[in-house]
Design a protein around this ligand. Sequence first.
Ligand code: MG
Length: 402
Amino acid sequence: MPNSNTTRSIAILGATGSIGDSTTDIILANRDRFRVTTLVGHSNIEKLAERAIQLGAERAVVADEQQYQALRERLAGTPVDVAAGREAVIAAAAESADLVVCAMVGSPGIEPAMAAIQAGNTVALANKEALVCAGPVMMKLAADKGVRILPLDSEHSALFQVFEDKNHAQIEAITVTASGGPFRTWDKKRIRSATLTDALKHPNWTMGQKVTIDSATLANKGLEVIEAHHLFAIGPDAIKVVVHPQSIVHGMVHYTDGSVLAQLGMPDMRTPIAAALAWPNRYAAPQVDRLDLAMLGQLDFEPPDLDRFPMLGLAYDAMREGGAGPALFNAANEVAVKAFVDGRCAFHDIATIVAMTMDKALGDLSAASFTSLDDVLSADQHGQDLANAIVEDQLHRIGAPS
Ligand code: MG
């Protein structure tokens, strides 16, 4: 557990992405509270090197081994140590730190997050895929190691801030809000022909490409529902989604006395990041615009439409299935999103690919055990293989995106 008064040592996995940018802002606004140990970047060595110098990091690690020499050259003459490759990323996660920010994209983030927990490090988790895939395994390891997982996702940070652990039995439901994404007002026919450019136009949040497309399909909300299920030990039927286009209310906890506690704030990731980095205290996030409800005038809410956005319903199916279900859902989604980004399938094919993968895979895996990291990784691999085969098969049959 991080100490509250002294400087906290912090490692950032995914330091060159958008969560890395926001985390950097919070560290710079509270400079004397943090000592940056290791920064891990995927492949953007220019940004990684610059950031390592800016934050006075002790070490910079690039996941792409090919970039080792180039990173070394960029950091020559500085006190920053350099390493590269998958093993170095996992070692960085396991190195002792008060806080490890896990903000890598997708299932490659599972092992590093598990390594950080295994080492007893408090984890600030932005990589929702890790918890979605490894849910029961990761939560058990965290409990065994006495490790706190601090959510970085805005909705889960909101829930975490108003969730009264001591009154768990009196919690009737939790609500995750959804902006509805860029296609909230589009009809089904128009969504069918959505282009990559359309899908990347998120109304409220500036995020990486994968999560932005997931927001357009509502897969992101599905992943978040599963994440909340594990993080807060709340059953599938007690987790609700409400579409809230302004993204001001981020999450709500409903108690049996009729009270609903919500967390509000401007849609800016620096607020949930500051909440996690400071927990159980509060640090300043001076860069964030202040909420002015009178100026906003109105907040809107509507139910999600599972007919136009089938990915949300598929995520609930995966969550109810349990075990490997969510890992398969996630793996198929990662493959389908990549196929869409590469122009190999249409937007509406993403849900078709995921539904077909889950249909095929669940029969094979429902009896398999799901208790170890190996089980998690093999479910992920199996889901990816099946989804890739389905993408190839569809391409052969139709020749081009429908
Ligand atoms: Mg979110």
